[in-house]
Design a protein around this ligand. Structure first.
Ligand code: UDP
Ligand code: MG
Length: 325
C-alpha cells in the first residue's frame, strides 16, 4: 500500500508567502511516489491567509485547513496539526520557507531506513538578526545543561515523525507545550539531518521578543526543575557570606576604633537583595502559573472551521478523541 505523508504547516498572518509555500511543497511532494496531505493550521490570522488557504483547499484535494477561533500560538497550531493528521508519518514545517521543503525527501529516506524521528538541525542561519541567532544559541545550550532529557541543540520544529511517535505525542496533553522537547522526551529512534536555515521568503517574523520569551520559559519550566533550586543554592552561599561579614563587623565594633559608616552599603545591599528575591519569586510564579493552566484543564485550542476534510475523517477523528477521553 502506498504510504501517506501529512505535512503540517502553522500559519499566522502569512498572506505574503502562502502561495509560494504551497507551490514549493506541492512540487516536492509530487516527486514522491506517495500519497500526501498539506494540512495548514490557520492560527487566527488577521490578514487574508485564511481566504487564500480556503481557495487552495477548494482547488486541490491534497490541501486541508483547520482554522482556529483566535491566535493560540505556534506550538499549539503544530499540536492541532498532528491531532488531525492521518498520514503514516507527519512532517512539521514553517510556512515562511526558512525550512526548505526540498529536505523532505531526505527525511523520508531516513524514515524508510528505519528511523522514527528525523529532526532538522540548523548548522547555519541566514538572514536573521545577530540578537536572534545569539539568543537562540544561548537558549538551546542553557536548556541542554539544565535538563536530563536529550533535547538536541539548534533544532526547531522542522522534523518528520512516524505515526507511532505522533500518536504518543497526541496523548500528552500539556497546556503550554514545547513540542520539540516533548518529541525528544518520547524517545524512539531519532536522527539529525543537518541543513542551512534560509532567509524568510516574504513577510516579517511572527515571533516578537514576547513570544520568544514565552517559548523559552515553556521549554525551561517543562523540562527542568533547576530554576526552582537557585533560591536554595543562593540562600546557602549568601548566608555563609553574611555570617562571615557579621563576624568582621562585630570585631571592628568591639575591638577597633573604626567608625562604621554604613548608609550607602546598607542601601546597596538592600536594593540588590530585594531585586534578587523578586526575581526568584517571579521564577516560582512561572511554575505556579503553569500548574494553574494544567488544573483549569481548558481545551488547548478551538477549531472554528475546517476545510478539505472529508466528513468521514472528521467523524472518525471525533470518535477517537471520545475514546481517548
Ligand atoms: N506562527 C503561528 N502562530 C504564531 C506565530 C507564528 O502559527 O502565533 C507560525 C508562523 O506562521 C510560521 C511559524 O509559526 O509558520 C514560525 O514563525 P516565524 O517564521 O515568524 O518565526 P521565526 O522563524 O522568525 O522564529
Ligand atoms: Mg521563520
Amino acid at each position: 500500500m502506498t504510504k501517506k505523508i501529512s505535512v503540517v504547516i502553522p500559519l499566522y498572518n502569512e498572506e505574503a508567502v502562502i502561495e509560494q509555500t504551497y507551490t514549493r511543497l506541492k512540487d516536492v511532494m509530487e516527486t514522491l511516489a506517495m500519497d500526501y496531505e498539506l494540512l495548514f493550521v490557520n492560527d487566527g490570522s488577521k490578514d487574508k491567509t485564511l481566504q487564500l488557504v480556503q481557495a487552495l483547499s477548494f482547488a486541490d484535494k491534497h490541501v486541508k485547513c483547520l482554522a482556529f477561533s483566535r491566535n493560540f500560538g505556534h506550538q499549539i497550531a503544530i499540536t492541532a496539526g498532528t491531532d488531525y493528521a492521518s498520514g503514516d508519518a507527519v512532517v512539521v514545517i514553517d510556512a515562511d520557507l526558512q525550512d526548505p521543503p526540498e529536505l523532505i525527501p531526505e527525511m523520508i529516506q531516513k524514515w524508510q531506513d528505519g528511523f522514527d524521528v528525523v529532526y532538522a538541525k540548523r548548522i547555519k542561519r541566514n538572514g536573521e538578526s545577530f540578537f536572534k541567532k545569539w539568543s537562540a544559541k544561548m537558549f538551546y545550550r542553557t536548556l541542554h545543561r539544565l535538563t536530563d532529557v536529550e533535547i538536541p541543540v539548534d533544532t526547531g520544529d522542522f522534523r518528520l515523525m512516524d505515526k507511532k511517535v505522533y500518536t504518543e505525542l497526541k496523548k500528552i496533553n500539556e497546556k503550554n507545550p514545547f513540542v520539540r522537547g516533548l518529541v525528544s522526551w518520547l524517545g524512539f529512534q531519532q536522527v539529525a539531518l543537518e541543513y542551512e536555515r534560509e532567509e524568510r521568503a516574504a513577510g516579517e517574523t511572527k515571533y516578537p521578543l514576547k513570544k520568544m520569551i514565552k517559548l523559552s520559559l515553556d521549554g525551561l519550566t517543562s523540562f527542568s526543575h533547576q530554576p526552582l533550586k537557585i533560591a536554595s543554592y543562593a540562600g546557602v552561599v549568601l548566608s555563609i557570606a553574611g555570617f562571615i561579614y557579621m563576624l568582621v563587623v562585630l570585631f571592628q565594633t568591639l575591638f577597633t576604633a573604626t567608625t562604621v559608616n554604613g548608609w550607602s552599603s546598607i542601601i546597596i545591599i538592600q536594593l540588590l537583595f530585594s531585586g534578587f528575591v523578586l526575581i526568584i519569586l517571579g521564577m516560582i510564579g512561572e511554575y505556579i502559573g503553569r500548574i494553574y493552566d494544567e488544573v483549569k484543564d481548558r481545551p488547548l485550542y478551538i477549531v472554528e472551521a475546517s476545510y478539505g476534510f472529508e466528513q468521514r475523517e472528521t467523524v472518525r477523528w471525533m470518535n477517537q478523541q471520545q475514546n481517548q477521553g
